[in-house]
Structures are given as structure tokens and as C-alpha cells.
Design a protein around this ligand. Structure first.
Ligand code: BG6
Length: 317
């Protein structure tokens, strides 16, 4: 675990307490009052607030905070399988397991630590996990909050097995939005995508930015490293920067599917949008001893800032 330099009380930067379900949670704070909360259940980020205290991630009012179901909201980690393409449970088992705090995490580059509040978590498969997925790995997750309020997640998966293995992965990011019909995504225009609503058939995105008027469940392929989600009503733009994560999942369940989900309110689809940095279409393969890194940086900025300063071609990360 770590904290930013001495200009403010570092003891206040990280707090580890029990969540009401008895599982440890870590709260990260920055000097300007932004915060993030991470649960050791699933290594899941469950809250990210800006310096005004506004929640930037969606969590359902019907979310079930008890294992064995992942919490509906925040940023569940989908690993080692995305969705139902494989023999494992939907989105893999990592989001349903207890992670630990990693006191001896191998160092990351100084830019990933300096001036940030952060926590390092570790997930290693249990005997039970190895029965359904017989590949030994170490999954290290760093969650950090920068002085400007941006949230970074860095996943490192190491093969500590005698043989190669492959996996897919997603940061299943539930963004909080004012009203889904006022939201658009920029950066995915003209890309090919696999449509989960049409048996994963491949289509090409047409037209301008992506807007929403019905259920969407797509995997955009080879997406640029910067994507923006513009919330017109709130005049807020989420900037999503990614590395090592070629694909972007876009999901909104809309009305009918919302009603079918027990841990999701009937109308809550209006207030959320999942936009995930992911590695799905081409699973990652690791030889023995190899390590993969997948990095996601989220920031929320006033929409006026964006058009002038955003580099949506992905050069800026
Ligand atoms: C999305 C998938 O990422 O996650 C959807 O593309 C799925 O198909 C959704 O319905 C939610 O999954 P879950 O397992 O959290 O209900």
C-alpha cells in the first residue's frame, strides 16, 4: 500500500476497515477530497468520488453485497473468462473470490506511485479454482487515485504454471450517467464489433458517435486507447484510457433485461452505462513465467474541457 508525498497527512490517504458484509474494504483519498473504495471481495472498486463528493460509478440500489454473487456496480474484474464463452461461470471466478492485500508487490514504475494513494491486491487460485481452471497464476491489482482525482487500475497476471494458458479479461466499468438517452460515446465510430445480441455476429459501426435507444451488448474490436463518454445533461465527460486492452465492451441492458435481473432496479438502466477496457476477441496467452499487464485510467472532466484537449486517436496514453 502507498500514499502520496508529505504535503498532507498520509495516514488519512488509506483506510482499511470492514465492510458491513464483514469483508475488508480499502478507502483511498486524495488531498483534494476525491476518494475511491475497493472491496477485497473480487478486488472490486465499489466507489469513485470526485472532489465534490459526487459518485462517478453506478451501483444498483438492488445490489447484493454477499458472496457468491458479484456486486452489481462499480468495476468487477472479469477473469479468466469474459461472458459465457468458455466452461467457467459467467465472467470468470475472480470477481467472486476474496483477494488479499499484497504487502510485497513487485514494484511498478515510479509514475504509477508518485503523488498517488494506492493499494496493491493479490489473487491466487485456490484448490477449488484449480479444479475448474487448472492453471496456476498470480493476479496483482493496483488501484490508485491521483491528485487530479483520476482512478487507475493496473492488472498484472503472471503464469506460475508449467504450461502456457490463455484468458480473456475485462474491467467491467459501470459509469454513472444522468440519463442514458443524453449520453454518447466517442472513439468507437467505424470500428468492427461483435454483437452479443446477434450470436456474436460481426458488424461495422456506422455514422457518428454511439448513442442509446435500446439494449446494447457489444465488443468493439481493436479500439483506440482513448475513448470518451459524454454525459450531455451533466456536462461531464468520462475519459477512458487503456493499455494492453485492445477491445471495448459497451453494455446497457435497457428495459426488458433490467426487469429480468434480480439485483437491478427496473428503471436503473437509465442511470448507467458499462464501458469496459477488455481483452476478449484475441485471448491473452502467457508462457510459463510470462506476465501480462492491462491498464485502465478513468477521469471525469467538464465536457467543455474535452473537445479541445482530448486525443481520441489514442496517441496520448
Ligand atoms: C456484459 C455482458 O459485459 O455483462 C452482458 O456483455 C452481460 O452480456 C453483462 O449481461 C452483465 O453480466 P453479469 O454476469 O454481471 O450479470
Amino acid at each position: 500500500m502507498g500514499h502520496s508525498a508529505a504535503v498532507w497527512d498520509s495516514r488519512a490517504a488509506i483506510e482499511i476497515t470492514k465492510d458491513w458484509n464483514g469483508i475488508d474494504k480499502v478507502v483511498l483519498r486524495n488531498p483534494r477530497g476525491a476518494s475511491a473504495r475497493v472491496s477485497l471481495y473480487g478486488g472490486q472498486v465499489t466507489s469513485w468520488r470526485n472532489e465534490q463528493g459526487e459518485e462517478l460509478l453506478f451501483t444498483s440500489s438492488k445490489a447484493i453485497f454477499k458472496p457468491p454473487k458479484a456486486v452489481r456496480g462499480g468495476i468487477p474484474i472479469c477473469f479468466p473468462q469474459f461472458g459465457n464463452c468458455g466452461s467457467l461461470e459467467q465472467h470468470g471466478f475472480a470477481r467472486n473470490k476474496i483477494w488479499t492485500i499484497d504487502e510485497n508487490s513487485p514494484p511498478l514504475s515510479p509514475k504509477d506511485s508518485q503523488g498517488k494513494s494506492f493499494i496493491d491486491l493479490l489473487f491466487k487460485p485456490s484448490e477449488e479454482d484449480l479444479k475448474c481452471w487448472p492453471h496456476s497464476f498470480e493476479f496483482r491489482l493496483r488501484v490508485s487515485l491521483a491528485a487530479d482525482g483520476s482512478l487507475t487500475l493496473i492488472s498484472r497476471v503472471r503464469n506460475v504454471n508449467g504450461k502456457p494458458f490463455s484468458f480473456s479479461f475485462a474491467y467491467h466499468t459501470y459509469l454513472s450517467v444522468s440519463d442514458i438517452s443524453e449520453v454518447r460515446i466517442e472513439g468507437l465510430e467505424t470500428l468492427d464489433y461483435l454483437d452479443n445480441l446477434c450470436g456474436k455476429e460481426r458488424f461495422t459501426e456506422q455514422g457518428d458517435a454511439i448513442t442509446f435507444e435500446s439494449e446494447v451488448d457489444r465488443v468493439y474490436l481493436s479500439a483506440p486507447n482513448v475513448v470518451a463518454v459524454l454525459d450531455h445533461e451533466r456536462k461531464r465527460t468520462y475519459v477512458i484510457k487503456k493499455e494492453g486492452l485492445p477491445d471495448v465492451v459497451v453494455w446497457n441492458p435497457w428495459e426488458k433485461k433490467s426487469k429480468a435481473m434480480a439485483d437491478f432496479g427496473d428503471d436503473e438502466y437509465k442511470q448507467m452505462l458499462c464501458v469496459d477496457g477488455a481483452a476478449i476477441a484475441k485471448p491473452v496467452t502467457l508462457k510459463p513465467g510470462e506476465e501480462w499487464t492491462g491498464r485502465l485510467e478513468l477521469s471525469a472532466v467538464p465536457s467543455t474541457f474535452c473537445s479541445e484537449n482530448l486525443d481520441l486517436q489514442g496517441r496520448g496514453f
